[in-house]
Design a binder for this molecule. Structure first.
Ligand code: SF4
Ligand code: SF4
Length: 213
């Protein structure tokens, strides 16, 4: 099923090339102890995560396996409020990955594996098949944000126009035309606002993986 970014941004995802890099260098944006606490409280993601993932002994150990992903993740962690110290980031690899980097439990893999990547705001491994999708989504997302800012400007113009001109009955033909122009922009952009709101709710705030934004 298409995820919300595919639907709202009209950007279908490519096929995963199954190189297994994401399974070798996972790093949730929730610190280890907080994630463990969520698991003990019954959180489904946290429980599934710990049921398949094994932590690396150190960043260096993870770096030997997936250097690019580790470097990107640590750079993102420096910008994250959740990690006062990037050294607190824990990298994991999946216990079910086969020696040739395939999924050993493909039919039974957890939902978060099936959904990955469900947002373009995650740190992807260099060479991940979804990198081009990520770039296109981010460009569209940023264009939408620019349009929303323009919409805010239009709303301010509308408000100024109303305040300066007083009652609608006192507006000139020219003012009416200006109002109609602004209103049509407003309506056309309503779906844009709704789309962006849905995307904001979906990600990156609720993402379980590091955001690069
Ligand atoms: S269960 Fe399969 S898809 Fe999920 S992390 Fe492990 S190897 Fe990767
Ligand atoms: S790193 Fe990207 S292309 Fe490779 S297995 Fe993970 S999602 Fe698929």
């Amino acid at each position: 099923m298409p995820n919300i970014f595919e639907k709202e941004l009209n950007e279908p995802q490519p096929q995963c090339c199954s190189n297994g890099a994401c399974c070798q260098g996972a790093s949730p944006s929730t610190p280890f102890h907080a994630l463990m606490q969520r698991a003990t409280q019954g959180d489904e993601f946290a429980r599934n995560f710990f049921s398949i993932m094994v932590p690396y002994a150190s960043h260096e150990a993870a770096h030997k396996v997936v250097p690019g992903l580790v470097e990107r993740t640590l750079a993102a962690a420096k910008k994250s409020d959740d990690f006062k110290n990037p050294e607190d980031v824990v990298f994991y690899r999946c216990r079910y990955q086969t020696p040739d980097n395939k999924c050993g439990v493909h039919e039974d893999r957890p939902q978060f594996c099936r959904d990955y990547p469900d947002t373009p705001f995650v740190v992807m491994a260099p060479g991940c098949a979804f990198e081009s999708w990520q770039a296109k989504c981010r460009t569209k997302y940023s264009e939408m944000k620019d349009q929303i800012q323009n919409l805010d400007k239009l709303k301010q113009e509308l408000s100024t126009l109303k305040n300066t001109q007083g009652a609608l009955s006192e507006l000139s033909e020219e003012d009416y035309q200006e109002l109609a122009h602004i209103s049509s922009h407003h309506t056309a952009n309503l779906s844009l606002v709704l789309s962006l709101t849905r995307l904001h709710l979906s990600s990156p705030m609720q993402s379980m993986v590091f955001s690069e934004e």
